[in-house]
Ligand binder design. Structure first.
Ligand SMILES: [Zn+2]
Length: 254
C-alpha cells in the first residue's frame, strides 16, 4: 500500500457526504490526483485552509490498489492563494484557470512544464501583472503544451508563406489558411491580424513578468483571446462554466 509524498496545487474541493471532501490536486510529480480528505467538512482543524483552490501544498497520499481515489493523509500549506481571492475579478480568473487546468491535466502523469507555468502565473498575479495578460498567457500555453496550437507559417490550401500578415485559423480542424483561401465553407474561423500575431509571438517567447506595463495592446490581446477561446472550447466541446464570469475581469483591465 504505497504512500506518496508530492507537492501540488488544489484545483477544486467538493463535498462528499456530511463530513468529507473530494479534492482534485495538480501535483508536480504525478499530474492530476483526486483524493478524499476525511472529516474536512466537519472540522477545519486537520486541514485548515490548505484545501482552498490554488493553495500550494505538500501532500501525503495513501493510494489503494485499483481505487479511484487516494486518501489524503496530510496536506500542509506551502503558499496560500487567499490574498488573490480577496479580489473578486482575480477570484473569477482563478476559477477559470482551475476549470481549464482540470480538463487538460492528465491523471497520474507529470507535466513539469505545465506545473511550472501555473506557478509562474500565480507569482505574476501576486506581482500585479494585468489579469488579461495572465489569462491569455495561460490559454496560449495550455494549448501549446498540449499540442493544440497550430503553426501559422503556411497556408494549408495554396501553400503560401504566412510568416507575415493575416492568417485565418479553422478552429475545428486546426488548419491555417491565407486570407485568399480562407478554408472551407460553413465552418468556424478566427482571423489573426499582424498585431494579434505579434502578441502571440510575445507570449510564446517571453516570461509573463516581461509582458506587463502595457507591452501588448489590449486590442491585440483580445484578438489572441478570440483564437484561444475558440480553440479551447473546440477541444472541450463545451463552454467553460467559469468563462462567463471573466468578462468583468477583462473589462476591468482593458
Ligand atoms: Zn492560401
Amino acid at each position: 500500500m504505497p504512500l506518496l509524498r508530492v507537492e501540488g496545487f488544489v484545483l477544486k474541493a467538493q463535498p462528499l457526504g456530511d463530513a468529507d471532501k473530494i479534492v482534485t490536486f495538480l501535483t508536480r510529480e504525478e499530474g492530476k490526483i483526486r483524493g478524499v480528505a476525511k472529516a474536512a467538512r466537519r472540522s477545519r482543524r486537520r486541514f485548515g485552509s490548505s484545501l482552498e483552490p490554488w493553495s500550494r501544498v505538500a501532500l501525503t497520499l495513501f493510494e489503494k490498489e485499483a481505487a479511484d481515489l487516494a486518501r489524503v493523509d496530510a496536506c500542509d500549506l506551502l503558499e496560500s492563494a487567499y490574498r488573490l481571492h480577496e479580489n473578486l475579478e482575480t477570484g473569477c480568473l482563478l476559477a477559470y484557470l482551475a476549470e481549464v487546468a482540470d480538463l487538460f491535466a492528465r491523471e497520474k502523469q507529470a507535466e513539469p512544464h505545465y506545473y511550472r507555468l501555473l506557478g509562474s502565473l500565480l507569482a505574476a498575479l501576486r506581482g500585479g501583472l494585468t489579469r488579461s495578460v495572465v489569462l491569455r498567457y495561460f490559454e496560449v500555453w495550455t494549448l501549446r503544451l498540449h499540442g493544440l496550437l497550430p503553426d501559422l507559417d503556411l497556408c494549408g490550401s495554396c501553400g503560401a508563406s504566412l510568416i507575415r500578415g493575416t492568417v485565418v485559423l479553422e478552429v475545428s480542424s486546426g488548419e491555417v489558411f491565407c486570407p485568399r483561401c480562407r478554408g472551407g465553407a460553413g465552418v468556424s474561423r478566427v482571423t489573426l491580424r499582424e498585431a494579434g500575431r505579434g502578441a502571440l509571438a510575445e507570449i510564446l517567447c517571453r516570461p509573463p513578468t516581461e509582458l506587463g506595463g502595457g507591452r501588448i495592446a489590449a486590442s491585440a490581446l483580445a484578438e489572441v483571446g478570440r483564437l484561444t477561446s475558440a480553440a479551447l472550447t473546440a477541444f472541450a466541446e463545451t463552454e467553460f462554466r467559469s468563462a462567463r464570469f471573466l468578462v468583468s475581469a477583462e473589462g476591468a483591465v482593458s
